[in-house]
Each structure stands twice: as C-alpha cells, then as structure tokens.
Design a protein around this ligand. Sequence first.
Ligand SMILES: Cc1cc2nc3c(=O)[nH]c(=O)nc-3n(C[C@H](O)[C@H](O)[C@H](O)COP(=O)(O)OP(=O)(O)OC[C@H]3O[C@@H](n4cnc5c(N)ncnc54)[C@H](O)[C@@H]3O)c2cc1C
Length: 463
Amino acid sequence: MPDSTTIGTPAAALQPSKPAAPYTPAPGSHHPVAVVGGGQAGLSVSYCLRERGIGHVVLESHRIGHEWRTRRWDTFCLVTPNWQCRLPGHPYRGDDPDGFMVRDEIVRYLEEYAARFQPPVAEGVTVTRLRHGAHGPYELRTTAGEFTADQVVVATGPYHRPAVPRLAERLPAAVHQLHSSEYRNPHDLPEGAVLVVGTGQSGCQIAEDLHLAGREVHLAVGSAPRVARAYRGRDCVAWLDAMGHYEKTVDSFPDSDAVRMRANHYVTGRDGGRDIDLRAFARDGMRLYGRLTGVDGSSLAFADDLAEHLDHADAVAESIKDSIDAHIDAFGIDAPTEPRYTPVWQPAPPGTPASPHTALDLGSAGISTVVWATGFTRDHRWIEVPVFDGRGYPMHRRGITSRPGLYFIGLPWQHTWGSGRFEAVGRDAAFLAGHIDASRRVADVCGALTGAPTALSAALPVG
Ligand SMILES: Cc1cc2nc3c(=O)[nH]c(=O)nc-3n(C[C@H](O)[C@H](O)[C@H](O)COP(=O)(O)OP(=O)(O)OC[C@H]3O[C@@H](n4cnc5c(N)ncnc54)[C@H](O)[C@@H]3O)c2cc1C
C-alpha cells in the first residue's frame, strides 16, 4: 500500500518523481472500497478516497491511461481546452492552457497524476464478475483471484465495444474494414480511397486526417451537431463556461435520458484548434453522402438527408453563437463583433434525380478501406447486480445506484456535461467519495450498536 503519510496531502505538494509503484493486492483480501478501472475517473476517485483516508484498491485491466494510449489515432488531440483538465489535485499546469493536448501528452498527464499520489492501482487485473449477496460484501472475481469489498465504484468508462453496424458483413471481402478506435494514421491503410462512416467527433477528425494526408475521402454524414471553435474573440468552450453551461445538471433538462444519449458537437483542437466544416471539406474535394442505409455487393446506398444534416449542424453552431451574443449583450461585455457563417458549399437538393450523395460504387470509386466511426456500446455484463434499465444503462442518481455501496463514475452527463470528461469527473469523484465516507461512518455507528457492521454497511443508504 502507499505510504499512509501521504493521505490528505494535496497532490500539488507532491513531486512527480517516479512512476506509480506496482501494487498487488493479496488474493482473497477484503477492501473497504474497490474501484474498477484506472482511467481518469478511477484515479480521481482514488485521489478523493485517499484524501479522506479511506482504504481502497483500484483494479485496472491494462495500464493507467490505457484508453488514451491504445484507442486513439496518432494525430489525436483533445477538443476541450487544456484548462478544463482539472483532475482533483492535478490541474493542468503546462504553458498552453488554451491549447489542446495531443495523445501522448494526455497519457503523460495521467501518468504524472499517478506518480504524484501513488494510488493503489493493480494493473493487468480484469474484474470478470461482480456480485452482491443479500448480506455481506461485494464479491469481485478477477484475473488475479477473488476479492471482496464493502463498496464498489465502477470506473470502466462509457466506451466499451466498437459499435459496427451489421451492414459491414455485406461489404466485399477485399475491402479493408476497421473501427475508429483501431485507426492510427493514413499510411497504415491500404492504398486507394477511403470511406469514413459517421461524423461524430472521431469520424470528422479521421476524415480530416486522411484528407490532409492527400487521401481521397468519401464521408457518410450523420446527424451530429457542430460548434464553432471560437466566436467573438474567445473559444466557444470559454464562453459556455462563463455562461454557466457546464454547471447545468442533467436533471434540469425535461428529458435527461435524451441528453445523455445525444451525440457530441464536432470541432477540433488540431493545430491550435479550428472549426470542422464538412462543406469546406466538400469544396476541397471530399465526397459527402447521407446516412449509409444499404450495401449490395460493392454498391452502397445512402439516405437523401445530406443537406438536412449539414443544415442542422450549422443551425446548432449558429444557435450557440446566438446564446453567446445574448450573454455578451446581457452583461455589457466588450467583445469584438464577427460576421456569421455563410455556407461555402451546397449539396444537390434532396430529391434530385441521380443525386451524387445517395449512391456509391466502391469498385468504381477505388475504395480500398472503410473506417467505421460509428461509436461504441456499453458492456456491463460482468456486473451481476440488478441496477440496469432495459437498455443496459445503469440506473443511478449522481452515480449512486439503488444497491447500497455500488456506484458509477465517468458516464457521459452522469451529473453535468463534464462528467464523462476531464472537466468535471473530479467534482463527481469528490461527491462519491463524500457519500462513500458517510455510508461508512453510519455503518460503523450502527455496527458498534448491533455488532453487524458489514451487513449494515450494505443496507443503509445515505443520501
Ligand atoms: C475519441 C474520443 C475523444 C475524446 N475527447 C475528449 C476530449 O477532448 N476532452 C475530454 O475531456 N474528454 C474526451 N473524451 C471523453 C473521455 O475523457 C474519455 O472517454 C476518457 O477515456 C474517459 O475516462 P474514464 O476514466 O471514465 O474511462 P476510460 O479512460 O475508458 O478508462 C476505463 C478503464 O477501465 C478499465 N477497465 C474496463 N473494464 C474493466 C474491468 N472489467 N476490470 C478492470 N478494468 C477495467 C479499462 O482498461 C480502462 O483503462 C473523448 C473520448 C473519446 C472516445
């Protein structure tokens, strides 16, 4: 275990000297808290538990920072500015707060965090089953043996399995296919044109990466919205922060479920940050299509909705500018004015006979590769505790489930916009650590009165 003298020491006072020391929990050992997952969410919880002096273990399948290290492309960088990286006790301290860390810097940022406070992370340990009987502690079966814990925090991230539509099975065998999480760089792909399916953040950025490398790119455009990088002299993220957008809680929306499921706005932090304008890509030679609807041999069919999707993305970006204008007016802020966006390219209108945006023949277009930027699905099947809804989404309020002692962290919009991001995962971690601490204290008091602390710790919810 890490030296107990570090408990409660602000991380800022600790030196990033050596990497986090390897930690191996004794097989069969019991822990007050088990944290599953050693990404930014698991590390943040660990930091907050440490500050409260609560014993715990972090079980991580691979290595700290695994997702950033292995599932992002070579030119990947954050879309959120560095100043939003504010893990508990470890705010971004570099010299480019308004910039966007690249992949290797993000990994380093997490490694430094772990080096500073030496969390009890057991790397290379996968939790394969989590159970909880009516009485007694949680039981964790892992690749390093069985453990028990009074309380468990699931910090395994929201993006578990690549979601590839089954249409993919119908593509000709000669076409190379990969998911966005497997894409690294243009040079790794076979020669020829590339079709990217999906225009969430990954799809747009990968399409741009290929386009900038001179590859011929075809892009199936979905319904994701976009946001301008900057407006009236500031990054839009800075404006939205000043406007209190990131303080809005999910339950302040009429349909919190819909908020949690909606696609992120596309924009990029590449080369210091800029807009992603798919119309500009098209003007410069990228071929755009609507949503992919069918595959028949090498013939692909797309919905006639490209114009609708481009208009929608622009309308959202402009409506964000409207709210920034309103904020500037309301507070009498001295900000430069800026002309609004004018579309730089128009697709053929919907319904145009033989629309170039609804059909594509892979062979004639020389397409050798399809990149599926179609997102991820959750996989919590290893959790054998009945806390899920019909879609397999964990039912919770601010990460607290109906089963006392079981928590989630790092889910998109778990509490606010920043819950699934660097921006606010630390706030959620502090909240959960406070709740875990309170539950523990109540259980201790009741245990002292009844002599049955463990069973009570599982039975007494503290809100
Ligand atoms: C393409 C992309 C771009 C993003 N860009 C940004 C951005 O610009 N800014 C931003 O703030 N956020 C961004 N995010 C969102 C978010 O910051 C990341 O998804 C981040 O990785 C989430 O951190 P996490 O700790 O919650 O989960 P993860 O990083 O996914 O970590 C979970 C960890 O749990 C481990 N694990 C999983 N299952 C088990 C198990 N059963 N047993 C033990 N260990 C297990 C995994 O190995 C992993 O290390 C982006 C996400 C993606 C996918």
